[in-house]
Design a protein around this ligand. Structure first.
Ligand code: KG4
Ligand code: ZN
Length: 349
């Protein structure tokens, strides 16, 4: 079965075909980061319009790259939430129209489940039950996964997500949107112990939830104190702030993972979502988990940030099971439903 995946929940238009029988895939991606950069964040209406402009050319490009015709696609998977309502609607309408025209099933995929399931492409594949740390621009979650669709959210962000905190700090340091990867690069030249920053909610009895807005304020204060009279920051100070901030986020995430593993007795940790591309986070988790005996799994960095493959693959995993096939619809055109807020625990098999 070949599943076409369509991701359009935010500012990436990602399309992929996953060929389940062969375990192979092709994908194409367009990032809107340059479109939104001058606004310092995603402008939802611009995002929707750009998805609408890009989807058809990207589909043609994908089919050419894969050497496929439209008729070779057996099912369509699309992101139905969570995300920006307009952006989701563009992808969902496109996916459902394609499925309707070809008379093939369409399946709605939860964006965070896509992030989680794409890590199952790791070799060796992690088996359930497992703990997942899902860290993206919009979400920070610790999830116990007992199987596909069987999720318990053990902790989540009370305010800013980890990626959002990276992006806002990057903006303070004058880096372009989205600044997570650029901040991580800048941090390599800095001293992670130069500035004392809090590790929020890390006392032994703290819940497994996260809160990064206080850390963001502490960084803003540190930046304000260091600005020169012309408002600029010295290069070395910028690097130290980036390194100290990154260390605070990484320490907090690692601490929470250790606590969650200890409390649940789980022995496998999957790291996924855009922030999972962070090399310090990956390396620190590897070292820390080696002491506990738990195994760590994560996708390659290019599959951590949003992409079409995570949706195609999640669609294929669900459609290959009977319960998943029942969930897929032979689409009738409109109304198309999307879920800008969609609790992961409500998914079911
Ligand atoms: O999963 P994702 O691509 O989009 C959402 O679902 O939100 O995650 C994007 C987030 C952004 O906040 C981006 O700055 C962050 O992931 N990110 C990183 C790195 N690469 C991307 N954060 C820290 N270090 C990185 N290397
Ligand atoms: Zn994402």
């Amino acid at each position: 079965m070949r599943v076409l995946g369509i991701e359009s929940s935010c500012d990436e238009t990602g399309l992929a075909v996953y060929h389940g029988d062969a375990g192979t895939f092709d994908q194409v991606l367009h990032s809107q980061s340059r479109l939104h950069d001058c606004y310092g964040g995603v402008v939802p209406e611009l995002a929707s319009r750009d998805h609408a402009r890009r989807l058809l050319p990207l589909l043609r490009q994908l089919l050419d790259k894969a050497g496929l015709h439209k008729g070779d696609v057996d099912a369509v998977a699309y992101t139905a939430g969570p995300g920006l309502a307009g952006a989701l609607l563009v992808g969902a309408c496109f996916a459902q129209s394609f499925a309707y025209a070809r008379n093939i099933p369409a399946i709605a995929i939860h964006h965070m489940e896509g992030h989680l399931l794409v890590s199952l492409l790791s070799v060796p594949e992690p088996s359930f039950p497992l703990l997942a740390l899902l860290v993206s621009g919009g979400h920070t979650m610790l999830v116990r996964a007992d199987g596909i669709g069987s999720y318990e959210v053990l902790g989540q962000s009370c305010d800013d997500a980890a990626g959002e905190a990276f992006d806002k700090t990057a903006k303070l340091l004058g880096l372009a949107y989205p600044g997570g990867a650029a901040l991580a690069e800048l941090a390599e030249q800095g001293d992670a112990e130069a500035i004392e920053l809090p590790r929020p909610m890390t006392t032994p009895d703290a819940p497994l939830d996260f809160s990064f807005s206080g850390l963001k304020t502490a960084v803003a204060n540190a930046v304000a104190r260091r600005r020169r009279s012309d408002g600029a920051l010295a290069d070395a100070e910028r690097a130290d702030i980036a390194a100290s901030f990154q260390a605070a986020v990484v320490d907090t995430l690692v601490h929470k993972c250790r606590q969650a593993l200890q409390r649940t007795g789980l022995e496998r940790l999957v790291l996924a979502g855009g922030v999972a591309a962070n090399t310090r986070l990956r390396a620190t988790l590897k070292t820390e988990l080696a002491e506990t005996g738990a195994e760590l799994f994560y996708p390659p960095a290019s599959l951590c940030t949003d992409n079409g493959l995570m949706i195609a693959y999640a669609g294929w995993r669900r459609l290959s099971r009977r319960a998943g096939r029942a969930r897929a619809s032979r689409p009738v055109l409109l109304p198309t439903e999307v879920y800008p807020r969609w609790p992961m625990e409500s998914l079911g098999a």
